[in-house]
Design a binder for this molecule. Structure first.
Ligand code: NAG
Ligand code: NAG
Ligand code: NAG
Ligand code: NAG
Length: 558
């Protein structure tokens, strides 16, 4: 006689497990300064920068205007910066040092002129930032030109390119332009290069949107125009204008991103969304906080056929000004923050309601939107399942993906000084947008090398929770970018070839072919499997040397 184990005859036990939570906003902590700019500098920390003003966070007997934000404790620690970092920019060098450049003239007695400043934040290995600080040396570490509202980009040799800006005066438009580029560390014996593209795009050429293409050239977008700039030959190739007269750089801040790139060709595509189609000859006193923002997105493929096709137009679910686009580790693009009407800047536009309101923008966009680049046209934008916040993130706010895989939102201060009586008051509250994968068991990565050369195959250990489909696997190499004025400079996602071992315990990965596909420097590796993303693992791509570094790796396939 034999018997069948009873259990095998029963239907599988179904535990009443709640369906995983969707995306959620979670508020936690306050910054004590207004994070006009934010950059993730380690797995646990971001550096935040404000303008010099009466911030509640104090250091050495005065208000701080920079701070370290700790993602583990949700607290801010002041950093002692001396020069004014108002509307500055920044990024990483190939050796992992973070550089913040430019700013404004000294506004308070205890500050110095920030416009030519170069501020260094060396790699920080202490999880809570003990001993990590900003170095300023006005004598030896400085730009060649005064720059306020400049953009910064890490290029193929691991140095930073610094693009445009204004000297001192700006009510709204750039009426005092610095139409040049320079580099840190400097090139050309420190003499800035005049850039006709910036000249052509005044008066709306502040914070130009600039991107390092995988051949090493630079795509630049400013006002309604775009161009490809070759750093090595100092020449430009003009591209078609953004369709329908839409302007996308400050003071008409649309946002723009290089879309995720895939092996083996890493074909670059750029998406530009929002901004305004108002004429840039409109006197700045005449624009209205109620003018609708543009709902237009324009997308271009930067190959010869793509450039021939030109910009292709799509429409968002709403108009947006001062929104940001965040690359997500699974290849999606999050469109978040900003307003549906009005403009950047403070206290100048008509129709600011109620009386005394200072914001030039209105109708905050409270619900984020996901853009799926590879979905068919007409099916790319969705806010389904997206939560809605009630915290406005308008002018002088920042947002970034964190190494944990969620989105950090901070700031907003469309006011002169710290004001809490206006509808859009100075905002100190931090909020996270947690993607649905934050609420489930996630894959983890181990034994990830700290420095990874180009075109290099390496194996890491993974722990993939049971129940996760492993057929759909992506390994992303990401620069999380520097957030300032609706633009995430140096932000980048390069997918890497990756093979999961049959036992699902290891993944063998091949790094990008060369330093033009991913400019050498810090990165995070994220694994997404079955729609669930791991925590990012911090690495340095390249040889870790100080810029300028030599070309490394192999050429792209033809
Ligand atoms: C806020 O963050 C702290 C530190 O990580 C944590 O202990 C606390 O539970 C968080 N609060 C909420 C509401 O998530
Ligand atoms: C300008 O933008 C507004 C708001 O999106 C839109 O209603 C209008 O049709 C646009 N005008 C042109 C000429 O494209
Ligand atoms: C305004 O400031 C007061 C006093 O510091 C504070 O209690 C209140 O919460 C603030 N309001 C806002 C909207 O921040
Ligand atoms: C990286 O290079 C810059 C420029 O040469 C230098 O100032 C910085 O100290 C270097 N950082 C490290 C970690 O060596």
């Amino acid at each position: 006689m034999w018997f069948i184990p009873l259990l095998s005859l029963l239907p599988p036990i179904v535990t009443a497990s709640p369906s995983p939570p969707g995306w959620q906003f979670v508020q936690n902590g306050t910054t004590g300064i207004i994070p006009i700019e934010a950059i993730v500098v380690s797995p646990t920390l971001a550096v935040l920068f404000d303008r010099v003003q009466d911030d509640p966070l104090q250091i050495n007997g005065h208000s701080a205007w920079s701070a370290l934000w700790n993602f583990e404790t949700n607290t801010a620690t002041p950093l002692d910066v001396v020069s004014d970092t108002f509307c500055s920019s920044g990024g990483f060098l190939s050796n992992g040092t973070m550089v913040n450049v430019a700013g404004n003239v000294a506004e308070f007695p205890y500050t110095t002129d920030g416009r030519m400043m170069v501020r260094l934040f060396e790699p920080c290995t202490d999880a809570s930032g003990v001993g990590c600080t900003i170095t300023e040396d006005a004598q030896h570490l400085r730009l060649a030109a005064n720059r306020w509202y400049t953009s910064t980009l890490r290029i193929f040799d691991g140095s930073l390119m610094i693009v445009g800006g204004t000297h001192e005066l700006t009510n709204f438009y750039n009426t005092d332009p610095e139409n040049t580029v320079e580099f840190f560390p400097s090139k050309d014996n420190g003499i800035p290069r005049p850039l006709p593209f910036l000249e052509r795009t005044i008066p709306a050429n502040l914070f130009p949107r600039v991107f390092a293409l995988p051949d090493g050239k630079i795509l630049m977008i400013s006002n309604t125009q775009s161009t490809i700039y070759d750093v090595e030959t100092n020449t430009e190739t003009r591209l078609p204008d953004i369709p329908n007269g839409v302007r996308v750089s400050n003071p008409f801040d649309g946002t723009a991103t290089l879309l995720p790139m895939f092996p083996p060709h890493f074909t670059p595509e750029v998406l530009v969304c929002g901004g305004s189609n108002i004429s840039d000859t409109t006197p700045f006193e005449d624009v209205s906080a109620q003018d609708p923002a543009s709902d237009q997105c324009s997308r271009i493929t930067l190959t010869s056929e793509g450039i021939e096709r030109g910009w292709e137009v799509e429409r968002m679910l709403e108009g947006r000004i001062m929104s940001e686009m965040i690359l997500m580790p699974d290849g999606g693009v999050l469109i978040i923050s900003g307003g549906q009407t009005g403009y950047p800047s403070i206290n100048t536009a008509q129709d600011r309601f109620p009386d005394g309101e200072q914001s030039n923008a209105d109708h905050p966009a409270f619900t984020p939107v996901l853009y799926t680049p590879n979905a068919p046209a007409g099916h790319r934008f969705s806010n389904q399942g997206m939560p809605t916040t009630d915290i406005a993130r308008l002018y002088h706010s920042s947002v970034t993906l964190t190494p944990n895989g969620n989105i950090f939102l901070a700031g907003s201060n469309p006011n002169q000084g710290i004001v809490n009586t206006t509808r859009f008051h100075s905002e100190f509250r931090v909020e996270y947008l947690n993607p649905s994968y934050m609420g489930v068991s996630r894959p983890t990565l181990r034994d990830v090398p700290k420095i990874i050369p180009f075109h290099h195959t390496f194996t890491i250990t993974v722990d993939i929770p049971t129940g996760i489909r492993t057929t759909d696997m992506k390994v992303a190499l990401m620069d999380l970018g520097f957030s300032s004025h609706a633009f995430h400079s140096s932000s980048r996602l390069v997918f890497m070839d990756a093979v999961l071992a049959p036992n699902h315990k290891t993944i063998t990965i091949t790094s990008p072919p060369n330093n033009r596909v991913y400019p050498p420097g810090p990165a995070y590796i994220f694994l997404t499997v079955g729609g669930v993303t791991s925590v990012g693992s911090h690495v340095l791509i390249g040889d870790g040397k100080a810029p300028p570094v030599k070309d490394q790796g192999i050429p792209l396939p033809p």
